[in-house]
Each structure stands twice: as structure tokens, then as C-alpha cells.
Design a protein around this ligand. Structure first.
Ligand SMILES: [Zn+2]
Length: 422
């Protein structure tokens, strides 16, 4: 087993995270990957390039971990001013430590670090400012967060002061850094290549799991451009790959494999969906007919996103939301449909059939049937109990964190309703 993979497995077992996404939440000590390159994996990772006249940071770690990163750089690596901070993309876990770096510079009497990002980063921040209650809510569901966590309302969003469109080459001291824009997980992405040290910072284009190219809770992702970006990164022949989440990877051959196998994974999904769309097929038929890629590579396990979600997102990018069922283009509310069905068929035969499906292990289908009863007869405690049990069972079986988030939310909704019903 390779060292990087072992790091993740040890982390997983130390935290009892078999079913959780160890790569996404992975936190390790700061590590000097190669001379003057300090990699700090803390949920959203950061990298400090220590150059002659200053430090270039790629990402900052999230606000809740950044102070530890700064303390570590100062105590163990460099007292030089931070010249620049590059955002790989505007996600909360990657950039919200910027304010702390700015405050640190002021306290030391250094000039304010320049903040560099793609020109669309600020549009993202603006969207977060507009929708922070929604962001708080949807992240609670996605990550199955306990209690009242409202990070989106409280973190500082520091806009870049230096923006670019396609690419930007900058020098810190004598060191050259190439910033390349791509679409991928987000529309504001930057990947950073340091040719002098052959170090690649991928941002979330590489995160030690099935690419987050389909997230059902969030805005559009871009599978095709993502694959192209991975291929462009591979063409640089990196010796070190510093991902957006999870441990660092070293070795030219392994990095080629990591980047190109991920690109092929995305291309396979993208190309199949597009081919079938061009054949005039609707989404559900495409999903049923296509072959989702399966891989034994440790970085392509569906523990965060799900390959089916990526397929759905490709369809959403090129198509609309219409599912091909004319009853659904100006539809009745699903509760009204359910009520009509339950009053025609009776709730008992539907629940009975659902229980049979449950005992046959057909949980997916059983959920759909029970859904009619819990909506059509919202006071039916048997329906709510079955609904709760079905989703609890599915959560226990499911590898994808994003799917599990929805299942856990269903369980908590059922428990809430059962408590109301007494
Ligand atoms: Zn991330």
C-alpha cells in the first residue's frame, strides 16, 4: 500500500470513520513535502511556498483552523511576510482563513498580502451573502450536521484584489507560479503549478474520492472541463500533488495515474450521458441504461459524491429540468397526488406491499411506496415508522456521504413527525 493511502486508512480507523468521508475531513500535521513547500491538511488544505522574499499561500484552510496553520509556519518554517494568497476556489473550507492572515500581517507591520483569485470568486461570495440562510440549511442536510451550525453567516468572505480570466503567471522573489483557470467542481477554479519545484496544487479538482461533480444540493458542476483540466495538469508531469482534501501524493507515475484515471472516470460518465441525450432519451432512461464507471483506485471510491449524481449533473448542464413526463411539466403537488392515490387504493395495501419489498431488500422501491402514504395520510404513524426505518437502513448501507445526508434528514423528519403524532 502506498504511504498516502495508508495515511488515510489510519486516519479513518483512528476516528472510527469507516462510514464517514475521511478524505473530506482529513486533518494532519503540517508537512514539508519538498524543500520550502509546507502542506497543511485541515479539512480544506493549504500550501505555503516559502520563497526568498516572502510566502505564497495556496488557500488558507477554513477560518476555524487557520490560526494553527499560521502558528505552525511561524514556529517551524518561516518568519517571512505572506506576499500572496491564491484562492483555488471560493468554498468556505478553503478561503475563509484569509482575514486571519491579513490581521497577522498588520500585527507584524507587513504589507497586506495580495489576494488572488479567478474573476468569478467575488460573484460566488455575493451569492453566499445573498443566500446564507439557505447555505446554512443545505449544508446541514448534506453533511448531517448536528444542532445549529451557521458558518455561512459568520465567516469572513474576503474578496480577491487581483483577479484574472484564463491564466496568470506571477513571481514571488525568483519563483514562478502559474495560475490556470478551469471549470470543474466550481466555475471560479484555479489550479496552481510551480514549475521550479514541480509541485501541483489541484484545489478540489482532486480530493481523494469520486469527484464532487454531481452534488445534488448545490449549483452546477462541469464534468467535461474538469476532465480536460486533469489532463492539462498531468501534462505538466508533477512530482508532488497537493489536493484540496486528503493527504499529499508524491511520485510522477502515481500522480499520472491519479489524474488520468479520474479524468477517464469523468469522461466516461459525460460521454455516455451526451450520447444518450443525442439519441433523444430522457434522464431516467439514460440513468437506467448507462454503465456507471467502477474503479478500485483509492481516489475513485464513491464515498462523497455518487457517480449517478455526476450523470444527473451532466444532463442538467446541457438540458432543462423537464423529465419527459407531461404530467410533470405543470404538476400537481406531490402531496395532492399521494392523497388521491391513497384514497383510491387505500393505505394498507400500499404499506403491505412496501413491507414485502423491505423484506426482499428492495429498499429503494419501498421508499417510493411509503412516500405516497406518509404524504397522502400525514397522520399515519405506521407509514412514518416504516419510512424512518427504510431510510435508516439505507443510510447504514450507503457509501456516498451526500446520499446519506438526505437519508439521515428523512430519518430526523420522521422522528419529528412521530413525536408530534404522539
Ligand atoms: Zn473543498
Amino acid at each position: 500500500m502506498m504511504a498516502d493511502e495508508k495515511v488515510l486508512l489510519d486516519y479513518e480507523s483512528a476516528r472510527g470513520m469507516e462510514k464517514e468521508n475521511a478524505a473530506f475531513f482529513y486533518r494532519g500535521a503540517s508537512e514539508e513535502v519538498t524543500e520550502g513547500v509546507i502542506f497543511t491538511p485541515r479539512q480544506g488544505n493549504s500550501t505555503a511556498f516559502v520563497c526568498e522574499e516572502g510566502i505564497l499561500m495556496v488557500d488558507t484552510n477554513p477560518q476555524w483552523y487557520v490560526q494553527g496553520t499560521i502558528d505552525d509556519i511561524r514556529a517551524n518554517h518561516s518568519k517571512a511576510p505572506v506576499d500572496s494568497i491564491v484562492y483555488t476556489h471560493g468554498h468556505i473550507d478553503h478561503v475563509t482563513g484569509a482575514e486571519t492572515f491579513i490581521e497577522e500581517a498588520a500585527a507584524q507591520g507587513f504589507t497586506r498580502p495580495r489576494i488572488i483569485g479567478h474573476e468569478d470568486v467575488s460573484k460566488r461570495f455575493e451569492r453566499y451573502r445573498q443566500t446564507h440562510p439557505w447555505q446554512n440549511f443545505i449544508n446541514k442536510v448534506q453533511f448531517n450536521l448536528p444542532g445549529k451550525i451557521e458558518a455561512f453567516s459568520t465567516v469572513p468572505w474576503i474578496d480577491p484584489d487581483t483577479v484574472y480570466t484564463k491564466e496568470l503567471f506571477i513571481d514571488v522573489g525568483k519563483e514562478r507560479f502559474e495560475l490556470h483557470h478551469s471549470l470543474g467542481e466550481t466555475d471560479d477554479e484555479t489550479w496552481v503549478w510551480c514549475p521550479g519545484r514541480r509541485v501541483l496544487c489541484t484545489g478540489d479538482t482532486f480530493v481523494w474520492s469520486t469527484p464532487n461533480g454531481g452534488n445534488p444540493y448545490k449549483v452546477q458542476r462541469y464534468a467535461y472541463e474538469w476532465a480536460v483540466a486533469l489532463e492539462q495538469m498531468a501534462a505538466q508531469k508533477p512530482l508532488h500533488l497537493l489536493p484540496g482534501h486528503g493527504p499529499a501524493m508524491s511520485g510522477e507515475e502515481r500522480i499520472q495515474d491519479a489524474l488520468l484515471s479520474t479524468a477517464n472516470f469523468l469522461r466516461s460518465i459525460h460521454d455516455q450521458v451526451v450520447t444518450k441525450m443525442n439519441e433523444g432519451k430522457w434522464l431516467e432512461d439514460i440513468i437506467r441504461e448507462m454503465e456507471l464507471p467502477v474503479s478500485d483506485k483509492p481516489w475513485l471510491q464513491p464515498i462523497y459524491d455518487h457517480p449517478e449524481f455526476i450523470a444527473r449533473n451532466v444532463y442538467r448542464l446541457y438540458g432543462g429540468w423537464y423529465d419527459g413526463d407531461p404530467a410533470n411539466i405543470l404538476p400537481a403537488h406531490s402531496e395532492d397526488v399521494a392523497e388521491a392515490l391513497v384514497s383510491a387504493a387505500g393505505s394498507e395495501p400500499i404499506l403491505e406491499r412496501a413491507r414485502k419489498l423491505q423484506s426482499d431488500g428492495e429498499l429503494q422501491l419501498a421508499c417510493h411506496l411509503v412516500d405516497f402514504v406518509r404524504k397522502g395520510e400525514p397522520d399515519n404513524t405506521e407509514a412514518w415508522k416504516l419510512w424512518r426505518d427504510l431510510f435508516a437502513a439505507r443510510a447504514a448501507q450507503e457509501r456516498s456521504l451526500m446520499a446519506r445526508g438526505a437519508f439521515h434528514y428523512a430519518v430526523s423528519q420522521a422522528e419529528k413527525r412521530l413525536e408530534e403524532l404522539g
